[in-house]
Design a protein around this ligand. Structure first.
Ligand code: GDP
Ligand code: MG
Length: 331
């Protein structure tokens, strides 16, 4: 039974799940008891997470449950802490790009405040300013390749349309947000793809502040349109995973926030003119060196490519993030 004092203590813990979890944290044998429970709760809310949480980690790693109980630690609560801190379970991640049109009209601060933890309960897991390469633009929008608006979409995300004469201003802000229901929450605040639809059906969303621009041919005839909709937001879990891994290396995301498996590389991988190499050549770029932390799926893809197997992803989708911000795109 939980004493009244303890109940009062737990009711002060943010979002107190402890009371509801009381039955879960008792060891089936009856061992552990309230001390283990308290240590578990403390570890659950520790910032950064308690080494105890890291000690147990995901299933299969670190301390065994028995070992944890023997040290007076509650494994169910620690595992809950681990999943929360690591961006797993009820945590999910989503990629946001603040596009060149938003930067041009100084909407960055507004957009960040719309997505702030105060409004959404989501937290930053990663952020950076990127001079968008053609390689990453084409990988990011691969699903639209061949469509009429594709060429202008690539020029748009690369900043070429909003800064035709000022390449130094061509950039996007790439962000990873993490938290429960992150994808849906961010999409809801972002609004519908078409800014005119957003204005009619979802006023107050970010994209309601965007615009639709006619695309004209050389004679000035309108041949299509372009949606300058200010932000990108991942549409679903599969897109979010692909996009977070496309734009960010694992070491650019806080360790406790990484949601996807990583591995440490044990050899070199170089890139040159669309080719993957394991030895340096004149003009090649080193993507990965031994000891580097990489997405496990990227390492699989690189090994498949070396063996000539058709990988689930292209070389460019792995390489693009390593080549970002190295040099400006040719005009
Ligand atoms: P999103 O996930 O809401 O951004 O929409 P999509 O993934 O379908 O499309 C990516 C981007 O391509 C959009 O944000 C638009 O800028 C552009 N786009 C998508 N569909 C169309 C279309 O039918 N016409 C035009 N002109 N642009 C589009
Ligand atoms: Mg999309």
């Amino acid at each position: 039974m939980v004493s009244e004092n303890l109940k009062a203590w737990y009711s002060r813990v943010p979002g107190c799940v402890a009371k509801r979890r009381a039955r879960l944290v008792r060891h089936p044998s009856g061992g552990g008891g309230l001390f283990a429970w308290q240590v578990g709760v403390a570890a659950m809310y520790a910032e950064p997470p308690s080494p105890l949480a890291r000690g147990i980690g995901p299933p299969g790693a670190g301390l065994s449950d028995e070992g944890a109980w023997a040290r007076g630690v509650s494994p169910p609560l620690i595992r809950h802490a681990w999943r929360n801190q690591m961006g797993l379970g009820e945590r999910e991640q989503t990629l946001v790009l603040i596009k060149p049109d938003a930067l041009k009209v100084s909407l960055t601060g507004y957009i960040l405040s719309q997505f702030s933890e105060f409004h959404t309960g989501l937290r930053f897991a990663g952020s950076k300013i990127v001079h968008v390469s053609r390689m990453i633009a084409e990988e990011h929008y691969a699903e639209h390749r061949g469509k009429g608006f594709y060429p202008s979409l690539i020029d748009y995300i690369m900043g070429r349309l909003h800064y035709p004469m000022e390449p130094e201003k061509r950039r996007v802000i790439a962000l990873v947000y993490s938290g429960p229901d992150a994808i849906r929450k961010v999409r809801q605040i972002t609004g519908p793809t078409n800014p005119h639809v957003a204005r009619d059906n979802a006023p107050g969303t970010i994209r309601a502040l965007g615009t639709v621009v006619p695309i004209k041919d050389a004679e000035g005839n309108v041949v299509g349109d372009r949606m300058d909709n200010l932000v990108h937001a991942s549409a679903n879990e599969a897109d979010a995973e692909r996009e977070v891994k496309l734009w960010f290396r694992p070491d650019e995301i806080m360790p406790y926030m990484r949601a996807y498996p990583t591995e440490v590389a044990s050899k070199y991988y170089f890139y040159k003119d669309g080719q993957l190499l394991t030895q340096e050549e004149a003009g090649s770029v080193c993507l990965v060196a031994p000891g580097d932390l990489v997405w496990a799926s990227d390492l699989d893809a690189l090994e498949n490519l070396l063996q000539g197997k058709p990988g689930p992803v292209t070389l460019e989708s792995v390489a693009a993030k390593y080549l970002l911000n190295r040099e400006g795109e040719p005009a």
